[in-house]
Design a binder for this molecule. Sequence first.
Ligand SMILES: [Zn+2]
Length: 193
Amino acid sequence: MKFEILFPQSTFNACREHLLREVTRENMVFCWAGHILDNDTTRFLVYKFESVPHEEFDVHSGSYIQIKKYFYQDKVRFAYKNKSHLIIWHSHPFANNAYFSATDNENDNQQGKYLNKKIPKLYFIAMLSGQKSTSARIYCKNNSIRNIDRLTILSRQGYAQIFQNNNEKKRWKNDSTETAWLSVMRVKCGLRI
Ligand SMILES: [Zn+2]
């Protein structure tokens, strides 16, 4: 099975902007996505995001962030109610490249295990941005973590692929077949974006 995440360009840009707006502190956004299965690929389409304001953190520093429990549970509940998947995206503004830290590994393992048990149909995805790159990984149903195969940004110009841990040189393509296919997919996911 392969995994792909698709972001509307405006959502992707707004998230990145929020995540990297402070150079001295990490930040976090929540995204919710629908999915479709397409042969050997599960495609997640992000339809909503919410950034975490400063006052909703218990710890908010340059090396560690922890959000308030009720706030987290509220976001998980939204995913459950709307039969969506949850993406938790945070930043390492002090780094160029997005490499998950040992603390991130521990947190994501713990969180993935918890969510798998609590909401078996939900997929938990962790994303990370540095100044110049973005990484994404998914917590699988067998309790292992693996990288997302493709991150795709959708815009009026067409679509662009972001390669993990490479500089974000977006290569815009305007392949009408692919763009048309993506419109069909949006409808299949029941999304209006
Ligand atoms: Zn981190």
